[in-house]
Ligand binder design. Structure first.
Ligand code: NAP
Length: 249
């Protein structure tokens, strides 16, 4: 197998939460490798700004990842624009609550579940129904190391990520061999989403895990490139932890 396995020409990717952070890095790396990429998130202006910085074949479509009708419309728009869908990255997530899980109010509980857990499931359903059932494809769910261990004040978010890992395995078993479904579990990555976790130590040179540094969105995008490519053609139902070694210290 040669470098042509990373040639994504003729492939169509849809990335949710693609206006910044990890999603933007994934959209960029796919476009750089020749894919046509639909970038989606809620704010069209931010999407347009990000797409303008990517050298490649891109389009944008605003959609709330927690809204099934908007998911359906975004997948349909991707297919209308590019002729199909080969790679779906369920990257958008939310966490409007910090504190003891036991104290959370139901509206915020429901919102976290809607966006982080029901969202990836519904987007995968739409991708399957509208394109992948006929054409095959790859689904990548962005989970978190928080879904694999106990990490304190973001318990409900972590529960949705743990469940997302299970959804990944379940759908991999249902949809193979036609569609591969995998997850990436990032550790702490320097994005707005995790600002409260890394900013207090922004100048640190000695983060307390094996690789000693914060993650960058590109660290995660490289794993998403592998999982979307033929290089991982026998990998499904897996979780790749990309965390600089935080799980092993
Ligand atoms: N950063 C970390 O340390 C870390 C660690 C583990 C896992 N993760 C996971 O990595 C993924 C990306 O996070 P990030 O760190 O890159 O965050 P980020 O930089 O804050 O970006 C989040 C993206 O999601 C979009 N978004 C937020 N809520 C949305 C919704 N309801 N519907 C559609 N789009 C929505 C945002 O754009 P709009 O505001 O325009 O919608 C933005 O494009 C998430 O699944 C997160 O759980 C991150």
């Amino acid at each position: 197998m040669g470098t042509e396995s990373l040639d994504f020409k003729g492939k169509v990717a849809l990335v949710t939460g693609a206006s910044k952070g990890i999603g933007a890095a994934i959209a960029r790396i796919y476009a750089e490798h020749g894919a046509s990429v639909m970038l989606s998130s809620r704010k069209i202006g931010a999407l347009e700004e990000t797409a303008a910085t990517i050298d490649g074949d891109t389009a944008v479509h605003a959609a709330n990842a927690g809204d099934p009708e908007q998911a359906r419309a975004c997948v349909a728009a991707t297919i209308a624009r590019f002729g199909g869908l080969d790679i779906l990255v369920n990257n958008a997530a939310t966490n409007p609550y910090y504190g003891r899980s036991i104290d959370i109010d139901l509206p915020r509980f429901d919102k976290i579940v809607e966006v982080n857990l029901r969202g990836p499931f519904v987007w995968t359903q739409e991708a399957w129904k509208q394109s992948m059932e006929d054409r095959g494809g790859v689904v990548i769910n962005i989970a978190s190391v928080g879904g694999m261990k106990f990490s304190g004040s973001i318990g409900i978010y972590d529960m949705t990520k743990a469940a997302l890992i299970h959804v990944t395995k379940h759908l991999a078993s249902e949809l193979g061999p036609h569609v591969r479904v995998n997850a990436i579990a990032p550790g702490l990555v320097k994005t707005d989403f995790a600002r409260a976790l890394w900013e207090p130590g922004a100048d640190r040179k000695d983060w307390p895990w094996a690789m000693g540094r914060l993650g960058q969105p590109l660290d995660i995008a490289r794993a998403a490139l592998y999982l979307a490519s033929d290089l991982s053609s026998w990998v499904t139902g897996e979780v790749i932890v990309v965390d600089g070694g935080s799980m092993v210290v």
